[in-house]
Design a protein around this ligand. Structure first.
Ligand SMILES: N[C@@H](CCC(=O)N[C@@H](CS)C(=O)NCC(=O)O)C(=O)O
Length: 141
């Protein structure tokens, strides 16, 4: 297995810790967000969302920290992701809360976001929509 991550990334850390805690045999590959490595074509080919973490398990590739954690927990038979319906639902509740309420509002304003040439014209999650004036220009109006 291989994990693409960054140590300061709040979404990478739970995955990284889960791997460490469970002694999972996994190569750790730092993607240097500070240098904009996640905007380089080699990494964009791995994750078009230009984000960490990404897990590779053989030819299987998975993005999204929550999905990765669930995958790893299932794969290792970890009790942290219980099989019992309601216990699992409560774990999912907390993981969804983190994804939708904490991570979205956290200021992950990586310095490279706007300066990367690969962002021009490409739709990224937080790329602002063009202003009406700019839209007119684009249409030639
Ligand atoms: N929903 C994704 C969010 C991943 C995410 O926000 N990753 C941040 C680091 S914490 C990232 O790669 N940011 C790069 C950027 O925004 O330029 C997940 O849970 O994996």
């Amino acid at each position: 297995m291989k994990l693409y991550y960054h140590p300061v990334s709040t979404t990478s850390r739970p995955v990284w810790l889960f791997i460490a805690e469970n002694g999972i045999d996994c190569e750790l590959k730092v993607v240097d967000l500070m240098k904009g490595e996640h905007y380089q074509p080699e990494y964009v080919a791995i994750n078009p969302n230009r984000m960490v973490p990404v897990l590779e398990d053989g030819d299987f590739r998975l993005t999204e920290s929550s999905a990765i954690l669930k995958y790893l927990a299932e794969k290792t038979g970890s009790s942290t992701y219980p099989k019992e319906l309601r216990l699992r639902a409560k774990v999912n509740e907390m993981m969804d809360w983190i994804n939708t309420q904490v991570c979205v509002s956290s200021p992950t304003a990586w310095s490279t976001r706007r300066s990367s040439p690969t962002t021009s014209g490409a739709a990224t999650r937080r790329t602002p929509a063009p202003s009406p004036g700019a839209r007119k220009k684009l249409k030639g109006g």
